[in-house]
Write a protein that binds this ligand. Structure first.
Ligand code: 2HA
Ligand code: ZN
Length: 280
């Protein structure tokens, strides 16, 4: 039996800004129609000083072993969505749908410090998340978030557009003026692969070495960023461009004009971003 103090502590965790952010974001993503059923997952690196105000790192509820070691993430704290949990329900049941984890010193397991009640497990895409975090941290020490979602129009576009990273990126850039400014490195594409495996995790992370958006054809998208807001905004921008593409290309005659290469170059110059040289 838990003592009252521990029960009260568990309640307080829900008020933590990072838990509130996860609750709001998953709900928004579900309302956008991106995360049907248990689709989608998020992992968010937490700073020790923001965690210890809410959970006691010495009070380990369970230790969950990893089948791939992540020594690079040793002793890091994360909040993650749970395997099989519905984004729709995170807001009303955060303690069951979310978990706060600490990677062990050896990097071969995670210690559950809060949440995932009822023997829940971290997201099935934990390999993709953890290996991608390692890749992004190599590029950006302020990196904190990996987000996976079934963004509808991005998925639709993988059925109709050529699955080539350069042409896919350029099409997205040309659908909305802000795109080249928001993701000047373009997107990366994987071949279709079975999700939830270490293989798709490694392939995603390889692409994350020099990009923050990786598309899984016929499945969804992975985004990376320094905050929940920035990562969500990145995916939202690509999804909006994909929506415009799907709407415009569905009309008779298809797309008659778009933003030209010269205009993309002008935008990059005006907003001081360096577009991927292989793409433009
Ligand atoms: O969490 O989205 O890719 C369910 C998924 C698997
Ligand atoms: Zn998925």
């Amino acid at each position: 039996m838990k003592i009252i103090q521990e029960l009260e502590q568990d309640q307080l965790v829900v008020n933590a800004p990072f838990v509130q952010e996860m609750m709001e974001t998953t709900y928004n993503m579900w309302r956008l129609g991106w995360d049907e059923r248990n689709g989608g997952n998020i992992s968010y690196i937490l700073k020790e000083d923001e965690v210890i105000g809410y959970v006691n790192p010495e009070r380990v509820l369970r230790t969950i072993s990893l089948d791939f070691p992540v020594v690079e993430l040793a002793n890091k704290y994360f909040i993650v969505t749970g395997s099989g949990k519905y984004f729709k329900n995170v807001k009303s049941n955060p303690a069951e749908c979310l978990g706060i984890l600490k990677v062990t010193n050896d990097g071969d397991a995670v210690e559950l410090l809060w949440g995932l009640t009822g023997d829940g497990k971290p997201t099935s895409e934990l390999p993709s998340h953890f290996i991608s975090h390692i890749a992004r941290l190599r590029q950006d020490e302020k990196h904190r978030v990996i987000m996976h979602t079934h963004a509808t129009n991005i998925i639709a576009m993988t059925f109709t557009h050529e699955l080539d990273e350069k042409s896919f990126s350029k099409t997205l850039w040309k659908m909305c003026t802000e795109c080249i400014v928001v993701f000047p490195e373009g997107i990366r594409l994987l071949p279709w692969m079975v999700p939830g495996t270490n293989e798709i995790g490694k392939a995603t992370a390889e692409k994350m070495e020099d990009a923050r958006l990786v598309i899984w054809p016929f499945h969804g998208i992975f985004g990376a960023g320094e905050s929940i807001d920035e990562t969500f905004g990145l995916i939202e921008t690509a999804e909006k461009a994909a929506q415009v593409y799907m709407l415009a290309s569905a009309h008779r005659g298809g797309i008659s004009q778009d933003i030209t290469d010269q205009q993309l170059a002008d935008l990059a110059k005006a907003f001081n971003v360096e577009p991927n040289k292989n793409y433009l």
